[in-house]
Design a protein around this ligand. Structure first.
Ligand SMILES: [Zn+2]
Length: 184
């Protein structure tokens, strides 16, 4: 039968305060290898139980020894639902794409940065289902199905008042500004 336990961590400081085991401010002894370490780890049903086990000398291992125990003991790790990373939104993915493009552009612009652009167009087209790309000196417009994007180069200005476009990213390397308009 499977038994659910959690991994708990206790600092030497905390154990010193609670006067548990031989803890002092500069460390506590690992039950496995006997080294003095800053943290002890315990597999237990609750934090209170874990603390009791350390108190009774039944548990309390350093990072290395607890890892060995997990490997050799056949433990499985179950991630709780709320700890799972949420899937990224389209805006977050766009931002990742844009940031990596700007960085690519920043380090390659002296030699043209052509690869950076084609990669950017490809990625953005995928995300916003681009219908049209307009390239002009100083700005690039991506007209998409749900979202329009504009990239304004560092030497250009864009007055977004009344256009529905909102600034959502300014790159610190290239000083380019990105505006987005969501279509409802
Ligand atoms: Zn150890």
């Amino acid at each position: 039968m499977a038994n659910t336990m959690k991994l708990y961590r206790f600092s030497a400081e905390e154990l010193t305060e609670k006067e548990i085991a031989d803890a002092t401010d500069d460390g506590v002894k690992c039950d496995g290898c006997n080294w003095r370490v800053s943290y002890l780890y315990v597999l237990a049903g609750s934090r209170e139980e874990a603390l009791k086990m350390i108190e009774h000398g039944e548990a309390g291992l350093c990072g290395n020894c607890i890892s060995d125990l997990i490997v050799e003991g056949g433990y499985q790790i179950l991630i709780q639902e709320h700890n799972k990373t949420k899937p990224k939104t389209t805006t977050e993915i766009l931002l990742d794409t844009i940031k990596s493009f700007e960085w690519c552009w920043h380090i390659n612009q002296s030699i043209g940065g052509h690869d950076c652009w084609s990669k950017l167009f490809e990625e953005i087209s995928k995300r916003v289902k681009t219908k049209k790309i307009i390239e002009r000196i100083g700005y690039t417009i991506f007209l998409g199905e749900d979202v329009d994007l504009i990239r304004i180069a560092s030497f250009s200005e864009f007055d977004n008042e009344g256009t529905g476009f909102e600034l959502f990213y300014k790159d610190s390397h290239t000083d380019a500004k990105w505006y987005m308009k969501k279509k409802s």
